[in-house]
Design a protein around this ligand. Structure first.
Ligand SMILES: [Zn+2]
Length: 346
């Protein structure tokens, strides 16, 4: 068991507070975070990090699901692939993990570019299993039957220690995928829900990060999503269902921007390990965003391939990374200021 100290728990609360601050003006994260916290007593990022450090050991595969086919291009946005890539880096540095990213065929190149930006080699799965600092990207099937077979075979073969969804849409109670605005994305979404459902039956740790209610993991706070997210109760497609994915996960991290939830998990891992370098820095963040955008991911703003996520410019995300890094370093030395002088020459 990785049990956070009371000091780490206080820093975990601070990490959650930073990554769940209302900044996008969507006006829903306060209630989504509160709902996630009601069902999970401890700070969300810290809980996810502690469970990951318990479950993932050197050489273990971690599956990261991400990518959102944004309308009308039906290929990715930067929220998701960037956080998945930097969290993959942190799992490599912090736990010796072998990351394998699952995504839609149209988002495979975007995810590979983001992983390289985060400093990881991208090679076929068999290489990622044996080489350090190497990840793989798997374009998952778009058909349900094929996806279910692939999920089962993949869990048998890779025996992953954990599955993590980051800004990953999931099918609702009628089997359809939707954008946050309720548009149907079903034909363009790999049916990665199958892998999460199969992992749950096998007792494999599942974690999800979401920011709007239409992502895998939000089933845990379904009632709150339906109450506070506009149009969540009735999608804008003919299925007539909600926008809340049906598949459940063990842990849900609700964040203002999903990438920030991934950053928060990295920070909490670095804090628990006492190793600040596990959390990526702003230079890596900028490079990850730039390569991801150049590979064809938009920033969910005016439809341009500008760096950033959820319509917030690239450098702003780097500032959050800086703040988290500082919190990790000072959190490792928590309370020291009162125990010994920081500047002994004074
Ligand atoms: Zn629908």
């Amino acid at each position: 068991m990785v049990t956070p100290t009371p000091e780490q728990r206080r820093m975990g609360d601070a990490i959650d507070r930073l990554v769940s601050v209302e900044i996008t003006g969507r006006g829903v994260i306060g209630e989504l975070y509160a709902a996630a916290r009601r069902i999970q007593e401890d700070p969300l990022c810290l809980t996810a990090a502690a469970r990951l450090l318990e479950a993932v050991h050197k050489g273990d595969v971690v599956l990261l699901a991400t990518g959102l086919p944004t309308y009308p291009w039906f290929a990715g946005e930067q929220d998701g692939p960037v956080g998945a890539a930097t969290l993959a880096r942190a799992l490599v540095l912090g736990a010796g993990a072998r990351p394998v990213v699952l995504t839609d065929p149209a988002n495979a190149e975007i995810c590979a570019a983001a992983l390289r930006g985060a400093g990881l080699y991208v090679r076929p799965v068999e290489d990622a299993l044996r080489l350090p600092t190497t990840a793989a990207v798997v374009a998952f099937p778009l058909e349900w039957d094929e996806a279910a077979a692939r999920a089962s075979a993949m869990l048998d073969r890779l025996r992953p220690a954990a599955l993590i969804a980051i800004e990953r849409p999931g099918a609702n109670e009628r089997g359809h995928y939707h954008s946050s605005g309720g548009k149907r994305l079903t034909d363009h979404c790999a049916k990665i829900d199958s892998a999460f459902a199969a992992a749950r039956t096998r007792g494999i740790l599942t974690i999800a990060v979401g920011d709007g209610g239409n992502e895998i993991g939000c089933a845990a706070i379904r009632d709150t999503v339906l109450r506070v997210v506009p149009h969540a109760t009735r999608c804008a497609c003919p299925c007539g269902g909600t926008v809340v994915p049906a598949v459940e996960t063990d842990i849900l991290v609700a964040a203002a921007i999903s990438n920030w939830g991934a950053y928060g998990i990295e920070a909490a891992m670095a804090l628990l390990l006492g190793r600040p370098e596990v959390m990526h820095g702003r230079d890596v963040d900028a490079r990850t965003q730039e390569l991801c955008a150049a590979a064809g991911a938009n920033n969910d703003g005016p439809g341009l391939l500008d760096v950033g996520a959820d319509a917030l410019p690239g450098p702003l995300h780097g500032h959050v990374v800086d703040l988290l890094g500082t919190m990790v370093r000072n959190g490792i030395d928590f309370g020291r200021l009162y125990r010994e002088p920081r500047y002994p020459w004074f």
